[in-house]
Design a protein around this ligand. Structure first.
Ligand code: NAD
Length: 385
Protein backbone atom coordinates (compact mmCIF):
# COMPACT_ATOMS: atom_id res chain seq x y z
CA UNK A 1 0.00 0.00 0.00
CA UNK A 2 1.15 3.58 -0.59
CA UNK A 3 0.93 5.35 2.76
CA UNK A 4 1.57 9.01 3.44
CA UNK A 5 2.44 10.07 6.99
CA UNK A 6 1.69 13.72 7.71
CA UNK A 7 3.99 14.61 10.63
CA UNK A 8 6.62 11.94 9.91
CA UNK A 9 9.32 13.74 11.94
CA UNK A 10 7.28 13.48 15.16
CA UNK A 11 7.26 11.24 18.22
CA UNK A 12 4.72 8.83 16.69
CA UNK A 13 5.27 9.58 12.99
CA UNK A 14 8.88 8.39 12.87
CA UNK A 15 8.39 4.96 14.50
CA UNK A 16 5.21 4.51 12.47
CA UNK A 17 7.25 5.05 9.29
CA UNK A 18 9.71 2.34 10.42
CA UNK A 19 6.84 -0.06 11.17
CA UNK A 20 5.05 0.53 7.87
CA UNK A 21 8.30 -0.02 5.94
CA UNK A 22 8.81 -3.33 7.77
CA UNK A 23 5.26 -4.33 6.84
CA UNK A 24 6.10 -3.75 3.19
CA UNK A 25 4.30 -0.46 2.56
CA UNK A 26 5.60 2.34 0.34
CA UNK A 27 6.11 5.24 2.77
CA UNK A 28 5.98 8.96 2.01
CA UNK A 29 6.19 11.64 4.66
CA UNK A 30 5.58 15.35 5.00
CA UNK A 31 6.65 17.64 7.84
CA UNK A 32 7.67 21.26 8.37
CA UNK A 33 9.66 20.60 11.60
CA UNK A 34 7.15 22.68 13.57
CA UNK A 35 7.64 20.69 16.79
CA UNK A 36 11.44 20.96 16.66
CA UNK A 37 11.14 24.77 16.36
CA UNK A 38 8.53 25.22 19.07
CA UNK A 39 10.38 23.00 21.55
CA UNK A 40 13.52 25.14 21.06
CA UNK A 41 11.38 28.21 21.82
CA UNK A 42 10.67 26.94 25.34
CA UNK A 43 14.42 26.38 25.82
CA UNK A 44 14.21 22.63 25.62
CA UNK A 45 15.12 19.82 23.23
CA UNK A 46 14.33 16.15 22.77
CA UNK A 47 15.96 14.25 25.65
CA UNK A 48 16.97 11.55 23.19
CA UNK A 49 19.17 12.94 20.42
CA UNK A 50 17.59 12.82 16.95
CA UNK A 51 19.27 13.76 13.71
CA UNK A 52 17.94 15.70 10.72
CA UNK A 53 15.29 14.08 8.50
CA UNK A 54 17.87 13.75 5.74
CA UNK A 55 20.20 11.77 8.00
CA UNK A 56 17.35 9.68 9.43
CA UNK A 57 16.25 8.65 5.96
CA UNK A 58 19.86 7.91 4.95
CA UNK A 59 20.26 5.75 8.09
CA UNK A 60 17.13 3.75 7.23
CA UNK A 61 18.45 3.22 3.68
CA UNK A 62 21.91 2.24 4.91
CA UNK A 63 20.44 -0.43 7.19
CA UNK A 64 18.40 -1.84 4.32
CA UNK A 65 15.09 -0.99 6.02
CA UNK A 66 13.61 0.73 2.96
CA UNK A 67 13.21 4.06 1.18
CA UNK A 68 11.22 6.99 2.49
CA UNK A 69 10.16 9.78 0.17
CA UNK A 70 10.01 13.09 2.03
CA UNK A 71 8.32 16.45 1.36
CA UNK A 72 9.19 19.45 3.47
CA UNK A 73 6.15 21.65 3.89
CA UNK A 74 3.35 23.02 6.04
CA UNK A 75 0.16 21.02 5.55
CA UNK A 76 -1.96 24.04 6.46
CA UNK A 77 -0.68 25.44 3.14
CA UNK A 78 -3.04 23.98 0.55
CA UNK A 79 -0.47 24.14 -2.29
CA UNK A 80 2.02 22.04 -0.32
CA UNK A 81 -0.71 19.57 0.57
CA UNK A 82 -1.81 19.42 -3.06
CA UNK A 83 1.73 18.81 -4.32
CA UNK A 84 2.34 15.98 -1.82
CA UNK A 85 -0.95 14.15 -2.56
CA UNK A 86 -0.76 14.68 -6.33
CA UNK A 87 2.72 13.29 -6.71
CA UNK A 88 2.17 10.24 -4.47
CA UNK A 89 -1.53 9.32 -4.89
CA UNK A 90 -1.63 7.46 -1.56
CA UNK A 91 -3.98 4.59 -0.67
CA UNK A 92 -3.94 5.79 2.94
CA UNK A 93 -2.93 8.97 4.76
CA UNK A 94 -2.13 9.07 8.49
CA UNK A 95 -2.67 12.62 9.74
CA UNK A 96 -0.45 13.40 12.73
CA UNK A 97 0.72 16.86 11.63
CA UNK A 98 -0.83 19.17 14.15
CA UNK A 99 0.14 21.45 17.02
CA UNK A 100 -0.34 18.88 19.79
CA UNK A 101 0.42 20.68 23.03
CA UNK A 102 -2.47 21.68 25.31
CA UNK A 103 -0.28 24.11 27.33
CA UNK A 104 1.06 25.74 24.15
CA UNK A 105 -2.49 26.44 23.00
CA UNK A 106 -3.29 28.07 26.38
CA UNK A 107 -0.29 30.46 26.43
CA UNK A 108 -2.13 33.38 24.88
CA UNK A 109 -4.08 34.65 21.90
CA UNK A 110 -1.26 34.15 19.35
CA UNK A 111 -0.77 30.52 20.31
CA UNK A 112 -4.53 29.84 20.57
CA UNK A 113 -5.10 31.24 17.06
CA UNK A 114 -2.10 29.42 15.63
CA UNK A 115 -3.42 26.14 17.04
CA UNK A 116 -6.98 26.77 15.80
CA UNK A 117 -6.00 27.86 12.32
CA UNK A 118 -3.20 25.39 11.59
CA UNK A 119 -4.92 22.33 12.99
CA UNK A 120 -8.37 22.88 11.54
CA UNK A 121 -7.08 24.13 8.17
CA UNK A 122 -4.64 21.22 7.75
CA UNK A 123 -7.51 18.74 8.16
CA UNK A 124 -9.74 20.69 5.75
CA UNK A 125 -6.86 20.75 3.21
CA UNK A 126 -6.53 17.00 3.52
CA UNK A 127 -10.28 16.44 3.16
CA UNK A 128 -10.41 18.43 -0.09
CA UNK A 129 -7.27 16.85 -1.55
CA UNK A 130 -8.64 13.36 -0.88
CA UNK A 131 -12.10 14.21 -2.23
CA UNK A 132 -10.71 15.79 -5.41
CA UNK A 133 -7.72 13.58 -6.18
CA UNK A 134 -7.88 10.23 -4.40
CA UNK A 135 -11.48 9.66 -3.21
CA UNK A 136 -10.80 6.00 -2.36
CA UNK A 137 -7.92 6.93 -0.03
CA UNK A 138 -8.36 5.99 3.63
CA UNK A 139 -7.87 8.94 6.02
CA UNK A 140 -6.61 7.83 9.43
CA UNK A 141 -6.64 10.89 11.66
CA UNK A 142 -5.29 11.16 15.19
CA UNK A 143 -7.70 12.66 17.64
CA UNK A 144 -7.41 12.38 21.40
CA UNK A 145 -9.29 10.85 24.32
CA UNK A 146 -9.16 14.42 25.67
CA UNK A 147 -11.98 15.31 23.26
CA UNK A 148 -14.48 13.58 25.57
CA UNK A 149 -13.35 15.27 28.78
CA UNK A 150 -14.25 13.47 32.01
CA UNK A 151 -18.06 12.93 32.00
CA UNK A 152 -19.75 11.25 34.96
CA UNK A 153 -20.91 8.40 32.70
CA UNK A 154 -19.13 5.74 30.61
CA UNK A 155 -17.45 6.97 27.40
CA UNK A 156 -18.38 4.96 24.29
CA UNK A 157 -16.38 4.90 21.03
CA UNK A 158 -17.66 7.95 19.17
CA UNK A 159 -21.42 7.30 19.18
CA UNK A 160 -24.07 6.34 21.73
CA UNK A 161 -27.76 5.48 21.85
CA UNK A 162 -29.94 8.05 23.55
CA UNK A 163 -33.59 8.32 24.45
CA UNK A 164 -34.99 11.82 25.01
CA UNK A 165 -38.65 12.70 25.59
CA UNK A 166 -39.75 9.33 24.34
CA UNK A 167 -37.71 9.32 21.10
CA UNK A 168 -34.49 7.38 20.41
CA UNK A 169 -31.45 8.09 18.23
CA UNK A 170 -27.80 7.12 17.80
CA UNK A 171 -25.75 10.32 18.08
CA UNK A 172 -22.12 11.46 18.41
CA UNK A 173 -21.16 11.36 22.08
CA UNK A 174 -20.94 14.94 23.48
CA UNK A 175 -17.43 16.37 23.60
CA UNK A 176 -16.10 18.46 26.47
CA UNK A 177 -12.46 19.29 25.79
CA UNK A 178 -10.10 20.90 28.30
CA UNK A 179 -7.86 23.18 26.19
CA UNK A 180 -7.95 25.04 22.87
CA UNK A 181 -5.76 22.26 21.46
CA UNK A 182 -8.28 19.60 22.48
CA UNK A 183 -11.13 21.67 20.99
CA UNK A 184 -9.31 21.76 17.62
CA UNK A 185 -9.38 17.97 17.70
CA UNK A 186 -13.14 18.08 18.33
CA UNK A 187 -13.57 20.43 15.36
CA UNK A 188 -11.44 18.10 13.18
CA UNK A 189 -13.65 15.19 14.23
CA UNK A 190 -16.81 17.07 13.29
CA UNK A 191 -15.33 18.14 9.95
CA UNK A 192 -14.29 14.60 9.06
CA UNK A 193 -17.66 13.20 10.09
CA UNK A 194 -19.37 15.76 7.85
CA UNK A 195 -16.99 15.09 4.91
CA UNK A 196 -17.77 11.40 5.27
CA UNK A 197 -21.50 12.09 5.20
CA UNK A 198 -21.37 14.36 2.15
CA UNK A 199 -18.63 12.75 0.02
CA UNK A 200 -18.47 9.24 1.49
CA UNK A 201 -14.78 9.50 2.32
CA UNK A 202 -13.37 6.52 4.26
CA UNK A 203 -12.25 7.69 7.66
CA UNK A 204 -10.77 6.20 10.83
CA UNK A 205 -10.86 8.69 13.69
CA UNK A 206 -8.56 7.53 16.48
CA UNK A 207 -9.23 8.92 19.96
CA UNK A 208 -5.79 8.24 21.35
CA UNK A 209 -4.73 8.24 24.99
CA UNK A 210 -1.44 9.67 26.23
CA UNK A 211 1.56 7.86 24.73
CA UNK A 212 4.67 6.88 26.69
CA UNK A 213 7.92 5.15 25.83
CA UNK A 214 11.23 5.45 24.06
CA UNK A 215 11.24 2.23 22.07
CA UNK A 216 9.26 0.20 19.58
CA UNK A 217 10.22 -3.14 18.03
CA UNK A 218 11.87 -1.15 15.25
CA UNK A 219 13.82 1.32 17.40
CA UNK A 220 16.70 -0.94 18.24
CA UNK A 221 19.63 1.42 17.61
CA UNK A 222 20.05 4.93 19.05
CA UNK A 223 20.45 6.13 15.45
CA UNK A 224 16.75 5.31 14.97
CA UNK A 225 15.52 7.10 18.14
CA UNK A 226 12.37 9.15 17.98
CA UNK A 227 11.98 12.45 19.81
CA UNK A 228 11.20 12.40 23.55
CA UNK A 229 10.00 15.63 25.15
CA UNK A 230 10.26 16.36 28.84
CA UNK A 231 9.40 20.06 29.27
CA UNK A 232 6.11 21.40 30.73
CA UNK A 233 4.77 22.40 27.31
CA UNK A 234 5.69 19.46 25.06
CA UNK A 235 6.37 16.62 27.52
CA UNK A 236 3.42 14.43 28.61
CA UNK A 237 2.78 13.11 32.12
CA UNK A 238 4.49 9.73 32.37
CA UNK A 239 7.43 10.58 30.07
CA UNK A 240 8.03 13.74 32.10
CA UNK A 241 7.92 11.82 35.41
CA UNK A 242 10.59 9.41 34.13
CA UNK A 243 12.81 12.35 33.13
CA UNK A 244 12.36 13.92 36.57
CA UNK A 245 13.36 10.69 38.33
CA UNK A 246 16.47 10.31 36.17
CA UNK A 247 17.45 13.97 36.63
CA UNK A 248 17.15 13.61 40.42
CA UNK A 249 14.43 16.27 40.70
CA UNK A 250 10.99 15.73 42.27
CA UNK A 251 8.25 14.03 40.26
CA UNK A 252 5.46 16.59 40.16
CA UNK A 253 1.83 15.42 39.82
CA UNK A 254 -0.41 18.43 39.26
CA UNK A 255 -2.91 19.11 42.07
CA UNK A 256 -4.31 16.10 43.95
CA UNK A 257 -3.14 13.73 41.21
CA UNK A 258 -6.40 11.77 41.13
CA UNK A 259 -7.01 12.82 37.53
CA UNK A 260 -7.44 9.64 35.42
CA UNK A 261 -6.55 9.32 31.74
CA UNK A 262 -6.09 6.55 29.16
CA UNK A 263 -2.45 5.70 28.41
CA UNK A 264 -0.64 3.43 25.95
CA UNK A 265 2.94 2.62 25.02
CA UNK A 266 4.57 3.92 21.86
CA UNK A 267 4.84 0.33 20.58
CA UNK A 268 1.11 -0.21 21.13
CA UNK A 269 0.27 3.14 19.52
CA UNK A 270 2.26 2.29 16.39
CA UNK A 271 0.90 -1.29 16.26
CA UNK A 272 -2.70 -0.01 16.42
CA UNK A 273 -2.13 2.53 13.66
CA UNK A 274 -0.46 -0.08 11.43
CA UNK A 275 -3.40 -2.42 12.09
CA UNK A 276 -5.83 0.33 11.10
CA UNK A 277 -3.93 0.72 7.82
CA UNK A 278 -3.90 -3.05 7.13
CA UNK A 279 -7.61 -3.31 7.88
CA UNK A 280 -9.17 -0.16 6.42
CA UNK A 281 -12.83 0.82 6.78
CA UNK A 282 -15.31 0.05 4.01
CA UNK A 283 -15.47 2.68 1.27
CA UNK A 284 -17.58 5.48 2.72
CA UNK A 285 -17.38 4.23 6.32
CA UNK A 286 -16.61 6.54 9.26
CA UNK A 287 -15.29 4.60 12.24
CA UNK A 288 -14.09 5.79 15.63
CA UNK A 289 -11.64 3.95 17.89
CA UNK A 290 -10.75 4.77 21.47
CA UNK A 291 -7.09 3.82 21.56
CA UNK A 292 -5.51 3.21 24.98
CA UNK A 293 -4.31 0.17 26.90
CA UNK A 294 -5.38 1.11 30.39
CA UNK A 295 -6.51 4.13 32.35
CA UNK A 296 -4.50 5.26 35.36
CA UNK A 297 -4.51 8.14 37.80
CA UNK A 298 -1.59 10.54 37.69
CA UNK A 299 -0.70 9.47 41.26
CA UNK A 300 -0.51 5.83 40.23
CA UNK A 301 1.88 6.74 37.41
CA UNK A 302 4.08 8.86 39.67
CA UNK A 303 4.26 6.03 42.23
CA UNK A 304 5.02 3.45 39.53
CA UNK A 305 7.96 5.54 38.26
CA UNK A 306 9.17 5.98 41.85
CA UNK A 307 9.00 2.21 42.53
CA UNK A 308 10.62 1.10 39.26
CA UNK A 309 13.36 3.71 39.63
CA UNK A 310 14.11 2.45 43.14
CA UNK A 311 14.10 -1.16 41.98
CA UNK A 312 16.50 -0.38 39.11
CA UNK A 313 18.92 1.97 40.86
CA UNK A 314 18.39 1.64 44.62
CA UNK A 315 17.85 5.42 44.67
CA UNK A 316 14.77 7.30 45.92
CA UNK A 317 12.81 9.62 43.68
CA UNK A 318 10.76 12.21 45.55
CA UNK A 319 7.11 12.88 44.65
CA UNK A 320 6.01 16.48 45.22
CA UNK A 321 2.48 17.62 44.40
CA UNK A 322 2.36 21.11 42.95
CA UNK A 323 -0.48 23.52 42.25
CA UNK A 324 -2.40 22.44 39.18
CA UNK A 325 -1.69 24.87 36.31
CA UNK A 326 -4.73 23.50 34.44
CA UNK A 327 -8.46 23.82 35.02
CA UNK A 328 -9.64 20.21 35.34
CA UNK A 329 -11.50 17.94 37.75
CA UNK A 330 -9.10 16.27 40.18
CA UNK A 331 -11.56 13.68 41.53
CA UNK A 332 -13.89 12.21 38.95
CA UNK A 333 -15.47 9.13 37.42
CA UNK A 334 -13.62 7.78 34.37
CA UNK A 335 -14.70 4.77 32.40
CA UNK A 336 -13.99 4.87 28.65
CA UNK A 337 -14.55 1.85 26.40
CA UNK A 338 -11.89 0.47 24.03
CA UNK A 339 -13.30 -2.72 22.53
CA UNK A 340 -13.27 -1.96 18.80
CA UNK A 341 -9.52 -2.18 18.22
CA UNK A 342 -9.50 -5.48 20.12
CA UNK A 343 -12.27 -6.71 17.81
CA UNK A 344 -10.07 -5.72 14.87
CA UNK A 345 -7.28 -7.96 16.24
CA UNK A 346 -5.24 -5.63 18.44
CA UNK A 347 -3.47 -7.24 21.42
CA UNK A 348 -1.54 -5.17 23.92
CA UNK A 349 2.20 -5.94 23.81
CA UNK A 350 3.79 -3.80 26.51
CA UNK A 351 3.18 -3.65 30.25
CA UNK A 352 3.53 -0.38 32.13
CA UNK A 353 6.33 -1.34 34.55
CA UNK A 354 8.38 -3.05 31.87
CA UNK A 355 8.10 0.02 29.66
CA UNK A 356 8.96 2.44 32.48
CA UNK A 357 12.09 0.41 33.16
CA UNK A 358 13.16 0.72 29.48
CA UNK A 359 12.48 4.48 29.47
CA UNK A 360 14.54 5.00 32.63
CA UNK A 361 17.49 3.03 31.21
CA UNK A 362 17.39 4.95 27.94
CA UNK A 363 17.16 8.33 29.66
CA UNK A 364 19.96 7.57 32.11
CA UNK A 365 22.46 7.77 29.23
CA UNK A 366 21.20 11.26 28.35
CA UNK A 367 20.80 12.61 31.89
CA UNK A 368 22.93 15.66 31.05
CA UNK A 369 20.56 16.70 28.29
CA UNK A 370 17.61 16.62 30.72
CA UNK A 371 19.55 18.48 33.40
CA UNK A 372 20.60 21.16 30.91
CA UNK A 373 16.90 21.99 30.39
CA UNK A 374 15.61 21.23 33.89
CA UNK A 375 14.06 24.71 34.28
CA UNK A 376 11.75 23.96 31.35
CA UNK A 377 10.09 21.07 33.26
CA UNK A 378 8.46 23.27 35.92
CA UNK A 379 4.98 24.47 34.82
CA UNK A 380 4.75 28.14 33.91
CA UNK A 381 1.76 27.96 31.57
CA UNK A 382 -1.34 28.62 33.64
CA UNK A 383 -4.85 28.02 32.24
CA UNK A 384 -6.21 30.95 34.30
CA UNK A 385 -3.49 33.49 33.41
N1 NAD B 1 1.83 11.86 21.91
C1 NAD B 1 0.68 11.71 22.54
O1 NAD B 1 0.63 11.36 23.71
C2 NAD B 1 -0.61 11.91 21.78
C3 NAD B 1 -1.81 11.57 22.42
C4 NAD B 1 -3.02 11.74 21.75
C5 NAD B 1 -3.02 12.25 20.47
N2 NAD B 1 -1.84 12.59 19.87
C6 NAD B 1 -1.90 13.14 18.52
O2 NAD B 1 -1.05 12.37 17.67
C7 NAD B 1 -0.45 13.22 16.71
C8 NAD B 1 1.06 13.02 16.73
O3 NAD B 1 1.53 13.30 18.03
P1 NAD B 1 3.08 13.30 18.36
O4 NAD B 1 3.19 13.09 19.81
O5 NAD B 1 3.81 12.43 17.41
O6 NAD B 1 3.41 14.85 18.08
P2 NAD B 1 4.73 15.49 17.45
O7 NAD B 1 4.59 16.97 17.68
O8 NAD B 1 5.95 14.83 17.97
O9 NAD B 1 4.56 15.17 15.92
C9 NAD B 1 3.79 15.94 15.04
C10 NAD B 1 4.63 16.18 13.80
O10 NAD B 1 3.86 16.97 12.90
C11 NAD B 1 4.64 18.06 12.43
N3 NAD B 1 3.72 19.17 12.13
C12 NAD B 1 2.95 19.86 13.00
N4 NAD B 1 2.23 20.80 12.34
C13 NAD B 1 2.56 20.66 11.03
C14 NAD B 1 2.14 21.34 9.87
N5 NAD B 1 1.23 22.33 9.89
N6 NAD B 1 2.68 20.95 8.67
C15 NAD B 1 3.58 19.93 8.60
N7 NAD B 1 4.01 19.26 9.69
C16 NAD B 1 3.50 19.63 10.90
C17 NAD B 1 5.60 18.38 13.55
O11 NAD B 1 6.76 19.04 13.09
C18 NAD B 1 5.90 16.99 14.11
O12 NAD B 1 7.02 16.42 13.49
C19 NAD B 1 -0.89 14.64 17.03
O13 NAD B 1 -1.95 15.00 16.18
C20 NAD B 1 -1.37 14.55 18.45
O14 NAD B 1 -2.38 15.49 18.70
C21 NAD B 1 -0.65 12.42 20.50
Amino acid sequence: MKVMIMGIDGYIGWPLALRLLREGHEVTGIDNFYTRRRVREVHSESALPISSMEKRIAEVGKRGLGDIKFFRGDVSNSEKMHEAIKSTEPDAVVHLAEQRSAPYSMMGLRQAKETMVKNIVSTINLIYEVKDQVPDCHILKLGTMGEYGTPNIDIPEGFFDIEYRGRKDRLPFPKNAGSWYHWTKVHDTNNLMFANRVWELSVTDVMQGVVYGTRTEDIIYPALFTRFDTDEVWGTALNRFCAQAVAGIPITPYGKGNQARGFLSLEDSVSCLALGIRKPPERGEYRVYNQFDEYYTVNYLAETVQQVYHQETGKNAEIKHIENPRVELEDHYYHPENQKLKDLGYRRKRELRQEVSIILKDLEKYRDRILKHRESIIPKTLWKA
